[in-house]
Design a protein around this ligand. Structure first.
Ligand code: DX5
Ligand code: ZN
Length: 218
């Protein structure tokens, strides 16, 4: 299993000063930042598009973990790759050619991830496990930051971690939504290695102290 990685979500950063929010993450020597892309259809909220990601790319050397919450992600992987994404994750729920889209992301020289909503069973992504770099388990219903962690997703994390172990796979297992020190510890015990944190990081009185406390996670 990979060592625990804290991935701040810029959704909870300052949207008038996104480059400053990214710079804070870089200063704390956290290598990744999570970028949430919402289309107002797959989720009832909107964020930003490839133009903003490209602008951020010119101001940041961080690894861009791009989470597409879109009904038609296959139409947008290329613009986000061109904008500077390093990893692009797509949801399993909408109907499109998931395998072809994952292959396309790879062709674009990005890592690829598959995402499941809280009520989507692990079996839905099982056919894709040997072709992804990351599986993202949503631990809240996607669309908004600041929601409470869904503890009922823990058995699914345990199952995915078991499949990873028994099949000799190496994908990262990422959680997203309601992650703080306590819920991260529960997810770690279930097999998670990659932890998205929006509110708990950017909303912390002292994000550096939060990151230091996170680093103690066994
Ligand atoms: C929610 C997004 C998350 C969000 C998490 O739809 O996918 O990445 O930023 O926010 P917190 O950590 O506040 O739950
Ligand atoms: Zn996200």
């Amino acid at each position: 299993m990979h060592p625990p990685l804290l991935v701040p979500s810029i959704l909870a950063g300052d949207h008038a000063r996104l480059a400053d929010s990214a710079a804070l993450v870089e200063r704390l020597r956290l290598p990744w930042i999570h970028l949430d892309i919402m289309d107002g259809h797959f989720v009832p909220n909107l964020t930003f598009g490839p133009g903003t990601v490209a602008a951020l790319r010119r101001n940041s050397r961080l690894f861009f973990d791009v989470h597409l919450m879109l009904d038609e992600p296959h139409r947008y992987v290329e613009p986000f790759a061109t904008a500077g994404a390093n990893l692009i994750s797509i949801h399993i729920e909408p109907g499109y050619d998931h395998a072809a889209t994952l292959a396309h992301i790879r062709q674009l020289r990005c890592q690829c991830g598959i995402v499941l909503n809280p009520d989507t069973p692990a079996a839905a992504v099982e056919p894709h496990l040997d072709r992804v770099d990351l599986v993202l388990v949503m631990t809240v219903q996607p669309g908004f930051g600041g929601q409470s962690f869904r503890r009922d997703t823990l058995p699914k994390i345990t199952r995915l971690a078991a499949w990873r172990r028994t099949r000799g796979l190496r994908f990262r297992l990422e959680v997203d939504g309601g992650i703080d020190l306590a819920t991260a510890a529960e997810c770690r015990a279930a097999g998670t290695d990659t932890f998205v944190a929006g509110t708990s990081f950017f909303g912390a009185a002292d994000p550096a102290a939060f990151a230091a406390a996170f680093a103690q996670l066994a």
